[in-house]
Design a protein around this ligand. Structure first.
Ligand SMILES: *[C@@H]1O[C@H](CO)[C@@H](O)[C@H](O)[C@H]1NC(C)=O
Length: 396
């Protein structure tokens, strides 16, 4: 960071992205919107926060309790273990002195591109494997997604693989074996990773949830889910993309191009409008992006589309009236030198005391509840920043 100033780094990185994506849509940077600063319950100093607080907190006389959950998302880590750990510790997911999961019931989502540009492929996949197991034991969850770079490696496209990374495997042949159907990384991708996932912002089976209430959810993917793919549904997206991934991992001498037996729907999934590459939510102008996002969120039944893939080095980009679009790739890896960041979604369902229920005539036995969703950005060395607070009162 000393020789290259940040703007120059940014230019270089953009050039790299642009060159790589030479045939693709234009890349444009959006200035992050300045929003009111505010203290957030989590992150920052790693102090007190809602970690593991499932089902705890306030109770009313009638027995109703506050139900809350924290969902954390990280984007492109690109071969940088040190920065990944910085981010996990900043978000109080991992102990400051070890690699222990300390986030209880929380959910962590990684939107892929763990591999390439840096040397720490082995260490990062091992760390995620350990966190998946540890979090499960604690009642939490780590959801791993593949990005376009995972699939590129499966297909034998090694243009972004570093020398140090190849050495860490003990050579190119060993690296390829690890990333094949016979190897541990290839097998983990097929078994433990997906292309897209939908995360409920409260546990849908929590016994304290009022009857008939379905918690809102958020969609996560590396590139972006177009309305056309949203209508096909996440099971179809995952099925088609996994099948392509398997074909790549199965090839004995992968060429970097699609395997000969690739089907048209697999080809489409790997195209620029497929979920691993699509950049429309970053590049379209605001009204158009929001128009598309509205279609995709309603087809998927989610509040937000959370995506990596298109870096914005100064911070997250939040678009549309209710943060339907959240672009969270800030170039965490030293290969970019951007912000080390995590997105935190705190969701709370709080019973309101009956004194506040002055309009309750006509609601029968129903009770009034308040949903509060707080979207916060954690950036290393900066104060946590509240991006958006969404509130809704409901008779349940
Ligand atoms: C991947 O997604 C499918 C549904 O789309 C689901 O059935 C499967 O359990 C998921 N796999 C993992 C590892 O999360």
């Amino acid at each position: 960071m000393s020789i290259l100033s940040r703007p120059r780094l940014l230019l270089l990185a953009l050039l790299a992205v642009g060159l790589y994506h030479f045939a693709g849509p234009r890349i444009s940077l959006f200035a992050p919107v300045e929003l009111a600063q505010g203290d957030v319950g989590g992150g920052g100093g790693g102090g007190d926060h809602s970690t593991g607080s499932l089902g705890a907190a306030k109770a009313l006389k009638d027995g109703r309790r506050t139900i809350s959950k924290r969902t954390v998302a990280v984007a492109d880590l690109h071969g940088d273990l040190e920065h990944a750990l910085n981010v996990f510790r900043m978000a109080s997911l991992v102990s400051s002195t070890s690699e222990s999961w300390i986030a209880g019931h929380d959910t962590l989502v990684s939107t892929g591109d763990i591999v390439d540009r840096g040397d720490d492929t082995i260490k990062l996949y091992r760390l995620f494997r350990s966190l998946r197991m540890q979090s499960k034991q604690a009642g939490g969850e780590v959801r791993n997604l593949v990005g376009n770079h995972e699939v590129m490696n499966a297909l034998g496209d090694w243009r972004y693989v570093t020398k140090g990374d190849i050495e860490s495997f003990g050579g190119a042949a060993a690296r390829r074996t690890a990333m094949s159907t016979q190897g541990w990384i290839g097998q983990e991708w097929l078994r433990d990773y997906n292309v897209t996932t939908t995360v409920p912002l409260l546990p849908p089976d929590h016994p304290g949830l009022p009857k008939g209430y379905t918690p809102p959810s958020a969609s996560f993917v590396h590139g972006g889910i177009t309305p056309a793919y949203a209508e096909r549904g996440i099971d179809e997206i995952n099925r088609i993309a996994k099948s392509l991934l398997r074909k790549g991992l199965d090839e004995e001498r992968p060429s970097g191009w699609l395997p000969p037996d690739t089907t048209p729907e697999e080809q489409a999934v790997w195209s620029e409008s497929g979920p691993l590459w699509y950049r429309g939510y970053a590049t379209e102008d605001e009204p158009e992006a929001c128009r598309i996002a509205e279609k995709a969120t309603s087809a998927l039944g989610v509040r937000h589309l959370v995506m990596g893939h298109t870096p914005h080095f100064d911070g997250f980009v939040m678009r549309c009236p209710s943060a339907e679009i959240l672009l969270i790739d800030t170039g965490i890896s030293r290969a970019y030198g951007g912000e080390q960041s995590a997105l935190v979604i705190d969701f709370e369902l709080v019973p309101l005391p009956s004194s506040k229920q002055d309009g309750d005539r006509g609601h029968g036995k129903q009770e009034l509840w308040r949903e509060t969703e707080t979207l916060s950005a954690l950036y290393r060395g900066r104060k946590p920043k509240v991006l958006k607070r969404l509130e809704r009162d409901l008779w349940l």
